[in-house]
Structure formats: structure tokens, C-alpha cells
Design a protein around this ligand. Structure first.
Ligand SMILES: *Cc1c(COP(=O)(O)O)cnc(C)c1O
Length: 495
């Protein structure tokens, strides 16, 4: 059955998957959502016999219904190839009775590679299907990982350009180095004087600037978004939940149909929303455990039904989760309102105006199965040390937030004791300083690359290529700008 995409903010005519991918965001400012969540049409047992690419096809074909089988398989083959350092693509690692789903084996050693290695191919295919002749300009705000993953995905891809804005003082030194060393004539990387929300708001403003769009169209350009709001990011993320379940079944860790819990370290709410979609496709998932760092807006939301961004923004050791406006939550709000765009628009207007909104008691019913937890900076560091000391497994700071949430959930009394997948979103090598300091403060005095080597020794894991490359790579981007000047920077690069 064909899936069409509606906006979360109005009843404008639904669009096909390829159109939603090209647009990124709906003209009314809403996010695209599927008009129904398709059901898996393969048995869990059949899926258990498949490799990552095959599972990805079985999931994505149900959402991207205007893609032909050949188009979709070509996109999947180009994305999930030897850019990943393991043929499993998303391996599961058992530690202390939980299963850590390692989503960091792609080219930038963080989970955003899972979606951003396929998005350029979905986008180019979508452009061809819609007779688009303009160049596609990817405009992205990043809190660290998206930027490099998007740059790596789009660099050198014909018919595209990519511009990345990041908070100048809000990403780790290694994240910054990864971005500013990006090669490719079609790339631009700019540090803004502000935080991630400022960057994201600035990008949204440029997107909704009609005059600029017309000016660019005349020159043969059009914007699209690689941010996690693009449905072409969300759909590929559903795949690894199905894959993880299938692998647990294949390995005899669970029985067919047995429910599992998932714990997801959350920022923009994209990753955990994909788990919610997987669950609604019929994948046996029990609890969806949403883990936040000290920017615990979502924790408060699940507890109280009020989303309130009026609070201090905290810089933590898990910067990719330092977010006060979780854009993808809007999709969940829309669904639990009964796919009601008017109700959702009202709440988003309140968020925009007063910085907060409260959902109805009826809507809260739709949150059943979600649990929110948060980990303080001390708890996050303690969890890294605890897990390392108990079994030698070294996790990064984001994964540690999730792992700490799991410990809290187990103690809470509401846990049903199910087998649990902890989503592991970054390699510890990407955040070596925080990780090593958590294990022992004596590492604090060492240089970044010395730490990387020490970490390799402790974890008994080879230093990933992504890190080796930036040891010596020259800086090719040194632009900075004020938030007010983002638009001019964009015009300057394109014209
Ligand atoms: C982006 C990111 C997250 C948060 O994912 P969302 O989909 O934004 O919730 C968590 N960990 C890492 C390492 C990330 O890069």
C-alpha cells in the first residue's frame, strides 16, 4: 500500500516519499509524517536470516513506496559498503547482560552515519524522479556529529553542495577538527557565535525565506535539509532496530515474538522516534527508554506532560545531546494527538511563543511505553568507569547516558526485566578525553592523540581510521560568523 507524507502542521496535500525527501521540511514549517505506519510484511524468522542490507530493504521499501526496487537497492548498496569497518554494519556487543547496538562503525564513527551515508543517494534519486535540474544545496545546523557525517556523505557528490553551521564553542576538539579538515569543493563549514539551538533556528529561518529561495532558484539552486527532520534520515534509522531484533533472534538470545526493551541516548528525538516507528510496525518492543543528559527537557516532559524549554542550556560531555528543542518530538506529538495537525500546530505555536506547552491527559495515554531518565555529568562518568572495570568494555559519553538510564530503570521497579538493547551512538575514540578522564583523572594532562593511543590500549580496540586521518589533515575551513550573518554567508558561497 502506498505511503504518502502529510505535514504535522496543516492539511496541505500529502506528498510522495521522494518529494518529502527533497523538501526536507513542509512549506508550512511542519515535518513530514507517513499517513500510516506500515506493518512489517516479513516474519521475524525470515528477517533473522538476512544481512543488514536485506533488512534495510525490507524496512525501507514499506516507507519509500515510490522508489522502484532497483532504485532502493542501489541506494542501499552504495551506502552500506566498506565505508563501514565491519560487514555486520551494526554489530551487537553483549556486556553485563545487555546488548549494546554499536551504530558507530561508519566513516565518522558515530550513529549519524547510519542515515547520512544513504541520504545523498536517496536525494539524488528523488531529484531524478522529480525532474529536478537545480543543484541541491544541503544546509545543516549541527551539534557536532551531524556536520561531519553529512559532509562525508555529500562531499564530491555531483549535483549537490553542502553548508554546515556549528556552534564555535559547543563541539569537541576532535569533532571540530573532523569538520574543518573536510575536503571537497562543494563543501563549506562555518562556526557560529552561539549555541546549537541558535544555529538550528538560523537555518530554519533561511529555509523559510521565500525571497532568498526565489533568488537561488533563478541561479539554479534549491535548498534541502540533511537534518534529522528529513524523512530520508528517519526511515533508514528504523532499519537497525529491526536488524538488532533479528540478530538477537538468529543468535538464540530471544524467542520469536519475545519483547525487548530499547534504551536510546536522546537529543533531537530522531533515533528514539525511529524505535517508536519500528514498534508500531509490529516489531516486539516493550519499553522505549529515553535517556537525557543534564539538558533534561524530555525527562521532565515524560514525567509531567509539559515540555518547557525555559531553562539554562548546559554544556555537557555528551554535546550531541545538548539540545533544548527536540525537533523530532513534533512527530510524536502529532501522532499522539491522533494525527491532528491543528492540535499540533497550536502546541508548536505555544513552544515558539512561551517556550512551553502542555499536552492533554488523552495525549499522555499515547506516551505509554515511554520512560524518561537522565544522567548527571557525575553519573555519566561513573557509568563509563563502572562498565570498564566490570567487563573491560569502553563506551562513549552519549552511550554512557543511556547505560546509566538502564541502571536506573532496572532499579525503578517498573522494569519488566526484558532483554535490552542499549543504543551505542558514538565510538569512545570520538570523545577520548571525557572517556579517559572518567576512567582515571590521571589522563587529564595528556594530549588528545596520546589519549587516543592510551584508549586503544585499554579497550583493546584498534584506533579507527577516522581518527588516524585527522592526526595530520590540514585545516581547510576557518570561517566564523555571527548568527545574524548566516544568510549572507550562504549567499556568498552560492553566488
Ligand atoms: C545525534 C546524536 C545523539 C542524539 O540523537 P537524536 O536522534 O538527536 O536523539 C546521540 N548520540 C550521538 C553520538 C549523536 O551524534
Amino acid at each position: 500500500m502506498e505511503v504518502l507524507y502529510n505535514s504535522t502542521r496543516s492539511g496541505i496535500a500529502p506528498v510522495k516519499a521522494s518529494e518529502a525527501i527533497l523538501k526536507g521540511l513542509s512549506e508550512d514549517g511542519g515535518l513530514f509524517v507517513p499517513d500510516h505506519i506500515p506493518a512489517l510484511d516479513r516474519s521475524l524468522r525470515e528477517l533473522a536470516g538476512m544481512d543488514y542490507r536485506q533488512v534495510a530493504y525490507e524496512v525501507m521499501k514499506l516507507y519509500l513506496t515510490d522508489f522502484t526496487e532497483e532504485e532502493l537497492k542501489t541506494c542501499i548498496d552504495r551506502a552500506y559498503d566498506d565505508k563501514f569497518d565491519t560487514g555486520e554494519i551494526a554489530p551487537l556487543r553483549e556486556a553485563e547482560g545487555a546488548y549494546y547496538l554499536e551504530l558507530f562503525h561508519g566513516s565518522t564513527i558515530a550513529f549519524k552515519d547510519m542515515a547520512l551515508s544513504i541520504l545523498p543517494h536517496l536525494m539524488i534519486t528523488s531529484a531524478r524522479k522529480n525532474q529536478i535540474r537545480n543543484q541541491i544545496v544541503i544546509l545543516t545546523a549541527t551539534s557536532g556529529d551531524t556536520g561531519k557525517a553529512a559532509l562525508a556523505g555529500f562531499a564530491g557528490v555531483e549535483g549537490t553542495k553542502i553548508i554546515v553551521f556549528y556552534p564555535k564553542n559547543g563541539v569537541s576538539p576532535i569533532q571540530e577538527k573532523q569538520m574543518v579538515t573536510q575536503k571537497g569543493d562543494n563543501t563549506l563549514v562555518v562556526g557560529i557565535h552561539g549555541n546549537f539551538d541558535d544555529a538550528q533556528t538560523g537555518v530554519k529561518k533561511i529555509f523559510s525565506d521565500r525571497e532568498l529561495a526565489a533568488e537561488l532558484d533563478a541561479k539554479g539552486f534549491q535548498f534541502s535539509s540533511a537534518n534529522s527532520i528529513n524523512i530520508g534520515r528517519l526511515v533508514p534509522q528504523v532499519c537497525y532496530y529491526v536488524y538488532a531484533y533479528a540478530k538477537l533472534l538468529a543468535k538464540g538470545k530471544i524467542a520469536e515474538g519475545e519483547a525487548i526493551d530499547v534504551v536510546v541516548p536522546t537529543g533531537n528525538f530522531g533515533n528514539i522516534l525511529a524505535a517508536y516507528y519500528a514498534k508500531n510496525m509490529g516489531l516486539p518492543i516493550g519499553s522505549l527508554i529515553c535517556a537525557s543528559n543534564e539538558n533534561k527537557v524530555l525527562y521532565d516532559f515524560f514525567r509531567t506532560g509539559t515540555y518547557d524549554r525555559n531553562r539554562e542550556f548546559v554544556l555537557t560531555s555528551s554535546p550531541s545531546m545538548d539540545i533544548l528543542i527536540s525537533s523530532n518530538l513534533e512527530r510524536l506529538i502529532y501522532h499522539i494527538a491522533g494525527d491532528d495537525a491543528d492540535k499540533n500546530r497550536e502546541l508548536m505555536a505555544a513552544l515558539n511563543g512561551q517556550g512551553k506547552y502542555e499536552i492533554t491527559a488523552e495525549m499522555r495515554e499515547g506516551l505509554k511505553g515511554f520512560y524518561g531518565y537522565y544522567a548527571s555529568e557525575e553519573e555519566t562518568a561513573a557509568e563509563i568507569r563502572r562498565l570498564y572495570e566490570s567487563c573491560g568494555y569502553v563506551i562513549d559519553t552519549h552511550t554512557a547516558v543511556a547505560s546509566a538510564a538502564l541502571q536506573k530503570h532496572r532499579k525503578s521497579g517498573v522494569s519488566e526485566g526484558r532483554k535490552t538493547v542499549v543504543v551505542s551512538t558514538a565510538s569512545p575514540f570520538k570523545f577520548s578525553r571525557s572517556v579517559m578522564n572518567a576512567i582515571d583523572e590521571k589522563y587529564d594532562s595528556m594530549g588528545d592523540f596520546e589519549l587516543v593511543d592510551r584508549l586503544s590500549g585499554l579497550a583493546k580496540v584498534k584506533v579507527p581510521d577516522a581518527i588516524e586521518e585527522i592526526r595530520t589533515a590540514p585545516v581547510v575551513h576557518d570561517r566564523q560568523c555571527r548568527v545574524e550573518d548566516m544568510k549572507e554567508v550562504v549567499r556568498g558561497f552560492l553566488m
